[in-house]
Design a protein around this ligand. Structure first.
Ligand code: SF4
Length: 408
């Protein structure tokens, strides 16, 4: 059944009452075009890898434009709408005509979902009942901490008590998925335990912990590292242990991004399913598969169990989808085979990738793999283990087919 997304536009930091201290869009000055899979063959840069990736919109769309765009999208759809999602670069709670926006969205008579809000724009406690009455079904709410002074200081929330009151009331009636970027020494340890305890007690469905990133290798690709000078960052292992500990301690679902979902066992939960791995196509050719440092050991193990013979090569970037041309420039080309497979979403133009990866004069075929091979915690939050396994089966099979088609 079709799903409708209502895009309200808006700019991170600006259309959300100022930048949170940890916002990944902080200090972005204007970035060159990355290049990506959507670019035309001879042009580096398209709307996706220039504007969308930086969420560079002119500001919130006015209500009339939102209504007209929604109507235009509706006209392209047939059948009953299964879900309406409000999203944008700015924060919906800060949308100037928020109540009218919700009324328009609710008039579709489909389950209403607010894709992301920090709640910083909620200054009136009555907004919670209004949202419930309008049929809000699900909301992703960045809590950061249930300590109002931490919300005030790090999110610049002018009315943290009200935001938390709204969150509390929504937890009682609506499916609330809370999120917190974890800043070691700020909202971790006792503060984090208190936050999870509070969310569990109030009835939230889940809490996603987001590891703070402060360097290019950790994923800041907008030339804005460091976001917080001197801020300690969890190592990937430390963060994974923190997520495990929180998962063991609480009944609500707790998962982490860029990894891990302990309830499901993802990313790459398929590694534990020998029978499913045996159902995947066998690898018949060889290729070098480029990926990030987090995915590499998982992927290597899986491909080895499907016939092996492929090299999985991590670049200096933790998350494969955030690989840029600089990461490819750091590769020792003598390690590469004749066929190189890039992550589908890597932010590199196809022609530039080929130029960089053949700079030693050796002819190589450079192709893109699937967009995603597994589900990160933001994706797996609403999924079952079977759903994640289906996705991984399908995508890893697609990768193997690409290896068998283009490999040597
Ligand atoms: S609310 Fe979200 S987008 Fe806005 S500044 Fe904070 S982290 Fe950035």
């Amino acid at each position: 059944m079709p799903q409708l997304t209502i895009d309200i536009g808006g700019r991170p930091g600006i259309d959300c009452r100022g930048f949170c201290e940890y916002c990944y869009f902080r200090r972005v000055k204007g970035v060159h075009a990355f290049g990506c899979r959507h670019c035309p063959p001879f042009t580096v840069g398209c709307a996706y890898c220039t504007k969308s990736v930086q969420e560079r919109y002119p500001g919130f769309k006015d209500l009339q434009a939102v209504a007209e765009d929604t109507l235009a999208s509706l006209q392209l759809m047939s059948g009953e709408i299964s879900r309406v999602t409000i999203s944008g670069g700015g924060d919906p709670s800060c949308y100037p005509k928020f109540r009218e926006l919700i009324e328009i969205s609710a008039s579709m008579e489909a389950p209403l979902h607010i894709g992301y809000t920090s709640g910083k724009g909620f200054d009136d406690p009555a907004i919670a009942q209004f949202l419930i009455d309008q049929g809000l079904r699900e909301i992703s709410f960045t809590v950061f901490s249930v300590n109002p002074s931490l919300r005030r200081q790090y999110m610049h929330d002018p009315t943290p008590e009200v935001s938390l009151h709204v969150l509390e009331r929504l937890c009682e009636e609506v499916e609330v998925y809370a999120a917190a970027v974890v800043l070691p020494g700020v909202n971790d340890r006792e503060e984090l335990l208190r936050t999870a305890e509070w969310l569990e007690e109030k009835g939230a469905k889940g809490l996603i912990l987001m590891r703070f990133a402060n360097t290019r290798e950790q994923g800041l690709i907008l030339d804005n590292a460091p976001i917080r000078k001197g801020q300690r960052v969890h190592s990937v292992e430390e963060f994974r242990d923190l997520v495990t500990l929180m998962h063991e301690r609480f009944r609500i679902k707790i998962s982490g991004t860029p990894l891990w979902d302990p309830e499901i066992g993802s990313p790459f939960v398929i590694r534990e399913e020998k029978e499913l791995l045996d159902c995947l196509p066998r690898i018949q050719r060889r290729a070098t598969v480029i990926t990030g440092t987090i995915a590499a050991p998982f992927l290597r193990g899986i491909l080895d169990q499907c016939g092996g013979g492929c090299q999985v090569l991590p670049v200096e970037k933790e998350i494969a989808c955030l690989i840029t041309r600089e990461d490819l420039e750091g590769i020792d080309l003598s390690c590469l085979g004749k066929t190189v497979i890039l992550p589908g979403r890597a932010f590199v133009h196809d022609r530039e990738a080929e130029k960089i990866l053949t700079a030693d004069g050796c002819n190589r075929e450079v192709v893109r793999g699937p967009d995603t091979l597994t589900a990160d915690a933001e994706t797996s939050m609403g999924m079952t283990r079977a759903g994640v396994l289906d996705l991984e089966m399908e995508q890893i099979a697609a990768l193997i087919r690409i290896i068998n088609r283009y490999g040597e």
